[in-house]
Design a protein around this ligand. Structure first.
Ligand code: I3P
Length: 124
């Protein structure tokens, strides 16, 4: 509906394709499984969708997962991967994700945007 679309358009801060792997769930370490993910920053959350290129077109594109950025920790984490341009996000509940891009400018934009959201939430 139109009003919901307006809300989403207002709150949509950023969207794009990044490589993603979850490395911990509730503080418990997980095996890495890198895959391209369509990442959307909307309101206080990062929402992850499957790479649109790797799935058949569908109107029912539910998110794979999402994370609340309130209280989250963000840090560069090139020591945690052989890939370049990697940062780590940790939720208050102990879920940890690595996000990566081969493009320096793109990963820097994501880092700065997410950091701004976390800092804004910290001040609230
Ligand atoms: C992992 C896979 C990951 C790699 C990870 C490997 O092997 O190659 O890409 O992480 O390294 O263990 P597998 O497919 O057998 O699970 P990076 O690409 O981020 O280096 P790691 O164990 O040193 O984290």
């Amino acid at each position: 509906d139109v009003s919901m679309c307006n809300v989403l358009l207002q709150e949509l801060e950023k969207a794009g394709l990044l490589n993603k792997t979850k490395i911990a769930e509730g503080g418990r370490k997980l095996r890495k499984n890198w895959s391209p993910s369509w990442v959307v920053l909307v309101g206080n959350s990062l929402v992850f969708f499957k790479d649109p290129k790797s799935q058949t077109p569908s109107r029912n594109s539910r998110p794979e997962s999402s994370m609340d950025l309130r209280g989250a920790q963000l840090q560069w984490a090139n020591d945690l991967s052989s890939k370049k341009n990697v940062f780590k996000l940790r939720t208050v509940t102990g879920n940890e994700f690595l996000l990566q891009s081969e493009t320096d400018s793109l990963i820097n934009e994501w880092f700065n945007t997410i950091q701004n959201v976390i800092e804004r939430l910290d001040r609230e």
